[in-house]
Design a protein around this ligand. Structure first.
Ligand code: SF4
Ligand code: SF4
Length: 132
């Protein structure tokens, strides 16, 4: 095969791999940045998956599963109110989780994320977005 053809194929394959993984690449780069929560509450409008331990902890705290959970594709999520988590409170522009001690696993970890087994950050977090 001609060297120019090899080079062209390499460039095309690299571009395809980049397009498939561009979010992961961005989140890996973000993983090198310093995270500082702005307490904007934007992450509290994402769908939050509930695991068995989350449901048990919330029930032990006195909440009823039928009131705080909704099934989506046979998996439980926090039931949102006006497109936000009902436990979000915003006062003077500052977000607060009213169940902080009992918040679900996903909320405890966000925006940290493992990408290809390496530490990264979820690019949906406003801490990394200059627009906010
Ligand atoms: S989106 Fe990010 S910066 Fe905003 S409250 Fe959530 S974790 Fe904090
Ligand atoms: S449980 Fe708390 S941290 Fe999690 S989405 Fe609701 S308000 Fe936000």
């Amino acid at each position: 095969m001609q060297p120019t053809a090899v080079l062209s194929y390499t460039i095309i394959i690299s571009m395809i791999l980049y397009l498939i993984n561009r979010n992961n690449i961005k989140e890996l780069i973000l993983g090198r940045k310093q995270f500082s929560c702005r307490r904007c509450g934007h992450c509290c409008r994402l769908l939050v998956r509930l695991y068995d331990n989350d449901i048990k902890r919330l029930e032990d705290a006195g909440y009823k599963q039928s009131e705080f959970a909704v099934m989506i594709k046979k998996k439980p999520y926090i039931k949102q109110k006006n497109r936000y988590c009902p436990w979000l409170e915003i006062k003077s522009g500052t977000a607060r989780c009213t169940i902080y001690e009992n918040r679900p696993k996903i909320c405890r970890e966000f925006p940290q994320k493992r990408i290809f087994r390496m530490p990264g950050y979820d690019c949906r977090c406003c801490s990394f977005n200059k627009k906010f």
